[in-house]
Ligand binder design. Structure first.
Ligand SMILES: NC(=O)C1=CN([C@@H]2O[C@H](COP(=O)(O)OP(=O)(O)OC[C@H]3O[C@@H](n4cnc5c(N)ncnc54)[C@H](O)[C@@H]3O)[C@@H](O)[C@H]2O)C=CC1
Ligand SMILES: O=C1O[C@H](COP(=O)(O)O)[C@@H](O)[C@H](O)[C@H]1O
Length: 268
């Protein structure tokens, strides 16, 4: 991909996981409402390719979108406890502004950071905590209706609907990645639910790179590592995007420490 890729929310946790993994591979436009310190910016990205702007600023977003062929849209309020005024502004109005600008600019591929919280309502009392365990075979696969468990989840489900609209009406390829729980170096510590939806930094960067390279129309996929414990299927991400995750929370203790592999023996 030769044209620039616009990354919104570049200074945040997910943005940095992506740039740590594939920051040197693409021509980036980085947009965030906070200025990015040099340590967060890949070497090849110049000042001219950095936009300090709010995604609800339609003019600034249109400016950042010029000549862009693909967008990874992460900017928003990531708190599951976020109040309505914040998710309405940052996650719904903001996503509408970015998707609209992308569609109008003829952007080919758009990856949207959705969330496990768009479907948190499936974690009913009768399914939990079994759901979080490796021997339970309940799976969500992306075909189910959204079922948010909080207003943040409502805002993410709304972003998915916006993606559906911009795909159907403008022909933009849109993939909504329902990200699980991103943590660096190890799965969330002592958190069964988080370990079932762990997304490692390496798998995160690889997954979003596949969103840039694969061919698709409109898709909803789950963004988790290849965890033994899981209630989200990653089959669709594998089939459509060519996602090939390398990490698995089962290779760590409940406390989050790596489980040592058996040392090699000399015995035949
Ligand atoms: N970290 C995780 O495990 C998960 C993250 N997500 C989603 O991924 C996206 C990124 O999440 P994180 O990196 O964890 O969050 P973060 O809070 O670390 O990063 C978000 C970035 O977006 C920027 N931002 C926020 N509102 C903005 C606005 N109105 N205009 C311009 N920039 C704005 C912030 O300055 C920040 O740098 C969010 O949309 C979140 O909902 C979804 C599921 C899990
Ligand atoms: O959408 C998000 O989900 C993750 C995981 O949710 P949690 O309920 O296990 O905390 C969360 O860490 C992240 O901040 C949020 O944006």
């Amino acid at each position: 991909m030769d044209d620039p890729v616009l990354l919104t929310g570049a200074g945040g946790r997910v943005g940095q996981a992506i740039l740590d993994g594939i920051g040197e591979e693409y021509d980036w436009r980085l947009l965030d409402r906070e200025p990015l310190p040099a340590a967060k910016v890949p070497d090849r990205v110049t000042d001219a390719d950095q936009y300090v702007a709010d995604i609800t600023d339609e003019r600034a977003v249109r400016e950042a979108m010029r000549g862009v062929n693909a967008v990874i849209h992460l900017a928003g309020d990531p708190r599951k406890t976020a109040p309505w005024d914040s998710v309405l502004r940052n996650n719904i109005d903001g996503t509408q502004a970015v998707m609209r600008a992308a569609a109008e600019a003829g952007v080919e591929k758009f990856a949207f950071a959705s969330s496990n919280h768009a479907v948190g309502g499936y974690e009913t009392d009768d399914r939990t905590p079994d759901l979080y365990r490796p021997d339970d075979d309940y799976r969500l696969d992306g075909d189910e209706l959204p079922r948010p468990g909080n207003l943040y989840g409502v805002s993410k489900a709304t972003g998915e609907f916006l993606g559906r609209y911009y795909h159907d009406e403008f022909g933009m390829a849109v993939v909504c990645v329902r990200i699980g729980n991103l943590t660096k170096d190890h799965p969330p510590r002592e958190y069964e639910r988080g370990q079932a939806m762990w997304l490692s930094h390496g798998d995160c960067a690889h997954l979003f790179e596949r969103c840039l390279l694969a061919e698709y129309g409109f898709e909803i996929v789950y963004g988790i590592s290849d965890n033994d414990r899981k209630y989200y299927s990653i089959d669709r991400a594998r089939e459509i995007l060519g996602y090939d995750p390398q990490d698995n929370s089962a290779n760590y203790t409940f406390e989050g420490d790596p489980i040592a592999e058996d040392p090699p023996t000399d015995e035949p």
